[in-house]
Write a protein that binds this ligand. Structure first.
Ligand code: GLC
Length: 423
């Protein structure tokens, strides 16, 4: 284990102990259902402010209901997931509402950690985008209420580039030309060995017509030729100076900061970064000089953005399941909550279709209205954490030159087949 991994594992354990201790304290308190604890992670401090804002609105609308206390989780998705696993595996009732990344839902549901929210399904389906609802359904039932949704988008320096590129080749050429002239990198994104890297690999792989599983999710496709093409694109971009220096160590916040400091022509990120780059973050050096566009495509293919987002699940160990469920319903279906919290903060986009009509003039909302309907979810499998960890390792090793593309893709394919067989 690397020193970094050890430090981060220690941080997760320390946070877990703190959470568990808080849970035990709550359990021995006088009224265990007097408050609801909402565990939520995020990428920026704005996520926490948003959660506090939502909790305040819940109190205003439901003066007699239990108060919601926000329990902030680590910012890194990998650490948050591990922390929640430890907590839920121990069967502790210290958390009532869980903000879950869309890719964690099948595993958490299968382990019996989530309350079945089937009763909310028809109401939610009437008001939400279908993508986030589909991502919260596993094994035929709804396990979480959509809260935020996400799709990969391209940011470009509108003062340096007339039109955003529509193909990856154009992005490379234009980034090199403009970047060379300005002495900045062509392209930046989060290339560190974590979930964000898998997302990007999949956007290239899907964008070349690849699919990890067949449509019923039962057998592995993972076409080796397309997977090799996708990793070779990344490897060339890394070795030929298309990705910014340090790409291999960056998470999404590092990439955003590199771009907003003026060090790259293009950025692949999520929508949350828009408001930060446009001045929400006072350190941004590119305010008013940035455009947004769909991700580029490979010739002969359509662009593919990965679908992300976070949904609200109710812990099966909650001591107040009815109130926690009502809170999830409130957040997921209240136009006022979703509208107000999105307008004021740098956070992931809302899931209610009505909010997209209310904010149709907003450039980010206008782009998302185009991109979200075709954004592609990562495979809905209880094994996602294992599969993603293997992909993170293999893809990182290939693009940084430590392993051979064909050998790594073959190993990955074998791993996928063995994992599906063993499940
Ligand atoms: C964003 C997405 C989430 C994804 C993560 C990867 O937070 O919403 O779904 O897993 O980025 O880093």
């Amino acid at each position: 284990m690397s020193a970094d991994a050890m430090v981060s594992r220690r941080a997760v354990l320390a946070a877990a102990v703190a959470l568990i201790t808080a849970g035990c304290a709550a359990a021995t308190g006088s009224s265990s259902s007097a408050e609801l604890v909402w565990a939520t992670g995020g990428v920026t401090g704005a996520d926490r402010d948003r959660a506090l804002d939502i909790a305040a609105r819940w109190h205003a609308f439901h003066p007699d209901a239990p108060k919601v206390r926000v329990e902030p989780l680590p910012l890194s998705p990998n650490e948050t997931q591990e922390l929640l696993r430890l907590e839920l595996n121990a069967g502790l009732g210290s958390l009532d509402i869980l903000s879950l990344d869309v890719v964690w839902i099948p595993e958490f549901a299968q382990r019996g950690w989530l309350v079945d929210l089937h009763a909310l399904r028809s109401e939610i389906e009437r008001v939400s985008f279908p993508g986030p609802v589909r991502a919260a359904v596993w094994n035929g039932t709804l396990w979480a209420a959509p809260d935020t949704t996400d799709a990969g988008i391209l940011y470009y320096r509108s003062d340096l580039v007339d039109q955003p590129p529509t193909t990856w080749q154009e992005l490379v050429e234009s980034g090199r030309r403009v970047g060379g002239r300005k002495g900045i990198a062509p392209f930046v994104a989060d290339g560190k060995q974590y979930e964000g890297l898998v997302v990007q690999f999949l956007e290239y792989f899907w964008g070349l017509g690849g699919a990890v599983f067949d449509p019923d999710g039962q057998s592995v496709l993972f076409q080796p030729d397309k997977a090799v093409q996708a990793v070779e694109f990344m490897r060339n971009a890394f070795f030929q100076g298309v990705y910014a220096p340090g790409f291999n160590t960056m998470d999404q916040e590092d990439a955003r900061k590199t771009f907003q400091s003026g060090y790259a022509v293009f950025l692949r990120s999520w929508p949350y970064a828009y408001h930060e780059i446009m001045g929400g973050d006072p350190d941004s050096q590119v305010v008013g000089r940035v455009g947004i566009a769909p991700l580029p495509a490979f010739p002969g293919h359509r662009p593919v953005a990965a679908l992300g987002g976070h949904n609200l699940a109710v812990s099966a160990f909650s001591r107040n399941i009815p109130a926690a469920t009502e809170f999830a319903r409130f957040v997921s279906t209240s136009r006022e909550v979703q509208l107000a919290t999105f307008q004021r903060r740098s956070v992931a986009p809302p899931t209610l279709t009505a909010v997209y009509r209310d904010l149709a003039a907003d450039p980010l909302i206008a782009l998302l209205t185009k991109v979200l309907p075709t954004a592609k979810p990562r495979p809905a499998t209880t094994q996602w954490a294992t599969i993603s960890a293997e992909m993170q390792q293999q893809i990182f090793a290939v693009y940084t030159g430590d392993s051979d593309p064909k050998a790594a893709v073959t190993a990955l394919r074998d791993f996928l087949i063995a994992t599906v067989k063993g499940s």
